[in-house]
Write a protein that binds this ligand. Structure first.
Ligand code: HEM
Length: 401
């Protein structure tokens, strides 16, 4: 029996994992007639499609399901460029995202985490996502662009509102989504005007794109706003989702939790296993520009292609006991945790560095914790997956050195 799958359906946005399992069981890429699109759910299919991208697909039709399937606005940045242009524009900030680049920023991130932890520790209860982890990652995004930290709560709330989905909502077109996007574009537009007026004050990524000239091309104001917008959003959600998920998964697996609490060097293993088990980038999409074949699927030019990372990372043919959270899992030869190919996650080293530091500092301070299950919520939407709210309680304490 064929699975009735629609990435924008309430069923898929609430809990896509049963649907993914059923589609993987079909043993081939899944055709979605409603959208004339292909869903790659098996690890092997996402992998094979990722290897065949050159000349067969384009990123210029967007990356989110809303952009590629529903035709939503595409902020034009390197993320929505094809080779070889993509590499050149992405390369402008690459240095900050190498393992060395990430290590250089670690002391600043640790200090930020400790600053936020201080008042939270006395309360004995927190939502780890919104009160701690998402604050750190959005402030870091703003720091890279030279945005004032005191505005962070404002843009953080706008990003949340942009990604919000009401029950059954198809795509990001609700009044709440559009109002938030409009305000964020307005805020960043004002920042671009400031940068144009005082280019000498531009720092880090903002400076890189303000002054960039590649193959004779400079960015106009709208393109610069798109860069600031995309860089702010892309680095702010996946890491805190994984931090919250790590605490959730450890609480559900008491032996692994005890081991981590005893030896905090295991935090990284638990974080990475969570990025597999609750892959935060549910899916990204591309559009075919040529006819080609992927594991028996005859792809036609113009068809949207869904690379469903959250499903691939639960594929029983790739991972033994894929539906089990096991931080002791041996690293596999290949992974789709951060995607694959030329558009592989730029921020993976920074994301892991931030996630590990947040968890280390939190667990070092609180020692142990309990989940408040009724105050934990999975994300609801087509694009991101994992835990968007993870509330824990612990014995009130203070910051330790
Ligand atoms: C646990 C944390 C994270 C996970 C699991 C994750 C995962 C991913 C995945 C699966 C992709 C798609 C790759 C592809 O299409 O092949 C991606 C792309 C990307 N990620 Fe991450 N990411 C994380 C953190 C971050 C952070 C902190 C940043 C900071 C800037 C970031 C920046 C990006 C960018 C810029 C791209 C697009 C790259 C391109 O189009 O060239 N990510 N990420």
């Amino acid at each position: 029996m064929t699975v009735d799958y629609d990435p924008f359906s309430h069923e898929a946005m609430k809990d896509p994992y049963p649907l993914y399992k059923a589609m993987r069981a079909e043993g081939k890429p899944h055709f979605i007639e409603k959208y004339n699109a292909w869903a790659f759910c098996r690890f092997e299919d996402v992998w094979a499609a990722s290897l065949k991208q050159e000349g067969n697909i384009t990123f210029t039709a967007g990356q989110t399901p809303g952009q590629v399937i529903l035709g939503e606005l595409i902020p034009k940045t390197f993320m929505t460029m094809d080779a070889p242009e993509h590499r050149k524009w992405r390369g402008l900030i690459r240095e900050a995202y190498t393992p060395d680049g990430a290590a250089k920023e670690a002391p600043r991130i640790r200090a930020l985490v400790r600053e936020f932890l201080k008042p939270l520790l006395a309360k004995g209860k927190m939502d780890v996502y919104s009160e701690l982890a998402n604050r750190v990652t959005t402030i870091n995004g703003g720091y890279n662009l030279g945005l004032p930290q005191e505005d962070a709560e404002k843009w953080r709330a706008l990003i949340d509102d942009m990604l919000w989905r009401d029950e059954g909502q198809v795509g990001g077109g609700s009044e709440r989504n559009q109002k938030a996007a409009g305000e964020l574009f307005g805020y960043l537009g004002a920042k671009v005007a400031e940068l144009r007026a005082h280019p000498e004050e531009a720092v880090r990524h903002a400076a890189a794109y303000l002054h960039a000239e590649i193959d004779g091309k400079k960015l106009d104001d709208e393109e610069l706003v798109f860069y600031l917008f995309s860089l702010l959003v892309v680095g702010s959600e996946t890491t805190p989702i994984t931090v919250g998920g790590t605490l959730y998964n450890l609480a559900k697996n008491p032996e692994q939790k005890a081991a981590v609490l005893k030896d905090l060097s295991l935090v990284k293993k638990a974080f990475l296993e969570t990025a597999r088990y609750n892959q935060p980038t549910n899916m990204l999409c591309r559009k075919a520009i040529a006819d080609f074949e992927v594991n028996g699927a005859q792809i036609k030019a113009g068809q949207p292609l869904l690379y469903i990372y959250a499903s691939a990372e639960r594929d029983e043919n790739e991972y033994e006991n894929a539906d089990k959270f096991d931080m002791y899992r041996q690293p596999t030869k290949r992974t789709l945790m951060f995607g694959h190919g030329g558009h592989k996650c730029l921020g993976m080293h920074v994301g892991v560095m931030m996630g590990v530091i947040i968890l280390e500092e939190l667990l070092k301070a609180i020692g142990d914790y309990e989940l408040v299950e009724e105050e934990c919520e999975p994300l609801y939407g087509e694009h991101l997956s994992g835990w968007g709210k993870v509330t824990i309680t612990f014995a009130p304490t203070s910051l330790k050195d």
